[in-house]
Design a protein around this ligand. Sequence first.
Ligand SMILES: Nc1ncnc2c1ncn2[C@@H]1O[C@H](COP(=O)(O)OP(=O)(O)OP(=O)(O)O)[C@@H](O)[C@H]1O
Length: 624
Amino acid sequence: QICGNTTGTFRPNTTYDSNRRLILSSLASNVTSRDGFFYNSSFGKEPDRVYAMGLCIPGAESEDCSDCITKAVTEMIQNCPNQTEAFSWPGTETLCMVRYANSSFFGSMDLEPNLLRYNAGNITINMSEFERIWDAFMIRMIDTASAGRRGASSSSSGKYYAADITSLTSFQRVYALMECTPDLSPGSCDACLRANVRKYQECCRGNQGGVTRRPSCYFRWDLYPFLGAFDNISSGAPPLQPLTSDGDDGDSLSVGAVVGIVAAIIVIVLVRLLALAFAFCRRKKSHQEVDFQSGDDISTTHSLQFDFKTVEAATDKFSMSNRLGQGGFGEVYKGILPNGTEVAVKRLSKTSGQGPIQEFMAETLLVAKLQHRNVVKLLGFCLEPEEKLIVYEFVPNKSLDYQLFDPKKQGQLDWTRRYKIISGIARGILYLHQDSRLIIIHRNLKASNILLDADINPKITGFGKARIIAVGQTLENTRIIVGTYGYMSPEYAMHGQFSTKSDVYSFGVLVLEIIIGKRNSNFHETDSKGSNLVTYAWNLWRNGLPLELVDPSVKKSCDSSEVIRCIHIALLCVQENPMDRPTLSTVISMLTSNTITLPVPHQPGFFVQSSRDQDLSTVDLESG
Ligand SMILES: Nc1ncnc2c1ncn2[C@@H]1O[C@H](COP(=O)(O)OP(=O)(O)OP(=O)(O)O)[C@@H](O)[C@H]1O
């Protein structure tokens, strides 16, 4: 419970005092009678008006919720006798929240004041493994909580809540709970929870638990189930890989297998390093791209190894009937693992040279580190001398280009779905740029690298050309241009400069494609000769005709203000000057809040390429 000691006081028995008692005393019944978890309102006339909010975790029993709020209100009136504002997030069985103030706070994200407590016990197991599991778990939790499911009944508020458990070792679990007040936008909830997790990390990494409370959000984790909310969670999302370093895991790989895998990977890494060194000497390169095949990656991915025979059986010996498609590395097959999990298996073509082998390895090591619902999930790999396979989660609705650019299928992608796809891709890229522990530049974002799951959620794939750049570094140079024309920012296509802003550019092109339902590479408007999609959209925008861009098959289903906002955002992303382009976190704020004023877009940049949507594997800037 925090009384706002710096924000003012009132005298006892004044109108403000009685208004506060009145609104707080009816809070418990208002919360439980509405939709059972949230109520906010104000009472009285200015300047004695009191604004109040009450909240319980969604799904809480009405009685528990009411008890929690009543107790919080009683303690608040006792402990904050004359403070004009206060908030409390109490709970032993059920979490609830009560807040009041003398000015409106509805809809605003308030991070201060905050209160941090931690469990003084230390983590007694391998810290780096613990952090790997804990960090991934927190990212997943923040994502789930801030996704903000819409209230089921009359309330249109989001339910920003997540309670989950993950395995740490075969006998230890991590319990975590997060909640935001439902008046926030998903972006603000995300930012608030992130601030809470960061606050805990800065203070108390290595401790056995902690709780951070702010007016707008709550975060707690511990090694025991601290609230009744965990009773109904069996395992939640599939547990992460248990620690392998305890030595108590009966399913862990044999020492021989681990040594074999590590040795194979080290040989490949050495080959790559030698090749890089050779290229370095030959070309006298003055700069280097950051290589992400470090020893760290190897040690953290060994537990993902699959046995070739298992994968071979899962795909019915890579039968034609299981073939899903052909990519840059080779064929992709559908498979079913012995436990019933559907998978997609990427099989490196046997005729591949060193380049594709390196890309394949890079993709494996990189994607193994990622965990986000808008990034395709790697389940494992098999790196035998004769066979190199990556096993991904199976994403059933094919790639976005397959649905979006087919005149017979594109009608199924109505505007709501397209908007959801745009938001999901943005969240996936944000994760790559800023939320994972690495800064990842994808460098090949395009419609065919977006897969759609059963609910048409997008999942980013195609990481073979991705690069990790050092934290704090914003720009990288390369002479080897990889990616796909049409989606490439002009500074990258012409000067080899890539940064998070080159991905932002590709995202802008993708958004325009999603709105118009046509490939940028096939774009030839008869009335605007020589035009490309970016300039076509820009000209329509300048002439005040943005809605002419919209795919006729979604025109009826679309919310025109939402579409115009998306076109506006896309045009901000494809601006010529990378500095003018927004970051993905700004893009997400722009997508989620109608109240943010969008800047006026400047002239877009584009790179003219005569051949169509050419996928570049290796184009050396010097040789052209
Ligand atoms: N995880 C997956 N689930 C379901 N289908 C998939 C999955 N991954 C790939 N596919 C299918 O296999 C095809 C080839 O995929 P792949 O990622 O190898 O190629 P690509 O994206 O076309 O090329 P690139 O190698 O340039 O990324 C895709 O078009 C898609 O239909």
